[in-house]
Design a protein around this ligand. Structure first.
Ligand code: C2E
Ligand code: CA
Ligand code: CA
Ligand code: CA
Length: 279
């Protein structure tokens, strides 16, 4: 019948076959990247909305391929997640973040907490909690210096295993951030059920600030809700002074974005850490 025909056509679709080849090649390259340690972390500061004091930073993964150059995470994280390779890659991220914190402390650099991005796949089987605890211990880093970001969509639904893992990680003394807030469909009850420390409002909402009345009203509602639940609020993707001014009046706690600084290598971040106030 018609459907069988479609299925056969799809199977022989040259475009799809190319895509599969590309996926297979990308997967092979990711395996090499893990083996040859081609991953580095860049750091982007978060500052106090009012004072401009540098409070913490986000570690953002970069793949430095010897031939292809720097590859941004959006180009390989999806495949890393679907193939399970995010587990070993995530372990590298945890280890590098802790190693960097230890190196800065040893060099006498004023350290600030580093947040890392963790994929839902890393939570299953309890691996990430153990990796965090072990890396902190191995590098002699205080748990208060490491923070975990998990997207709102990853916390959605009835994912008891993830929620239990998050609670256990928080019990280690590691703060939890809800990442990309506003893009998923989490309900207020979800946020009430799982104690999180920081709400990071997705940059699509920051972009609406000042553009439309609704955008500002919506942001205000998020700030009020987060504060009522005992969470701090970070605005992501702050790119201009007008947004910063509005975020000040809204009582948003921290800002992150190109207006303050772009993500940068560890050496540049160390220089910034000594500055303390960025505006
Ligand atoms: P994210 O966690 O939402 O990270 C913020 C992204 O916004 C980063 O992109 C950052 O460079 C970018 N950004 C920061 N300020 C601005 C701004 O003012 N304007 C605009 N337009 N963009 C800004 P990046 O580094 O390309 O990372 C993309 C995504 O890849 C991250 O989004 C995160 O979901 C994922 N990712 C990055 N590192 C890791 C990691 O170590 N593990 C996992 N699982 N995912 C990661
Ligand atoms: Ca993030
Ligand atoms: Ca985000
Ligand atoms: Ca994102």
């Amino acid at each position: 019948g018609k459907n069988e025909g479609k299925g056969q056509y799809r199977f022989f679709d040259p475009a799809q076959s190319n895509q599969l080849k590309t996926r297979a090649r990308l997967r092979q390259r990711l395996l090499e990247a893990i083996d040859q340690r081609q991953f580095v972390l860049h750091y982007q500061p978060r500052v106090d909305t009012r004072s401009g004091e540098l409070l913490s930073m986000e570690a953002l993964l970069r793949w430095e391929h010897p031939q292809l150059g720097m590859i941004r995470p959006d180009e390989f994280i999806p495949l890393a997640e679907s193939s399970g390779l995010i587990v070993p890659i995530g372990a590298i991220v945890i280890d590098q973040a802790c190693a960097q914190l230890a190196a800065w402390a040893q060099a006498g650099v004023r350290v600030a907490p580093v947040s890392i991005n963790v994929s839902p796949k890393q939570f299953l089987r309890g691996g990430v909690r153990r990796e965090l605890a072990e890396a902190l211990g191995r590098h002699g880093v205080a748990p208060q210096l490491l923070e975990v970001e998990i997207t709102e969509s990853a916390m959605m639904g009835d994912q008891e295993e993830i929620l239990a893992e998050l609670a256990a990680i928080r019990a280690l003394g590691v703060k939890l951030h809800v990442d990309d807030f506003g893009t998923g469909y989490s309900s207020l009850s979800q946020l009430q059920r799982m104690k999180m420390d920081v709400l990071k409002v997705d940059r699509s909402f920051t972009a609406e600030l000042g553009r439309s009345k609704e955008g500002t009203v919506f942001f205000q509602a998020i700030v009020s809700m987060a504060h009522a639940l005992g969470m701090e609020v970070v605005a992501e993707g702050v790119e201009n002074a007008e947004q910063l001014a509005l975020l000040r009046t809204l009582g948003c706690n921290e800002v992150q974005g190109y207006l303050v600084a772009r993500p940068m290598p560890a050496e540049a971040m160390a220089a910034l850490l000594t500055q303390r106030f960025l505006f």
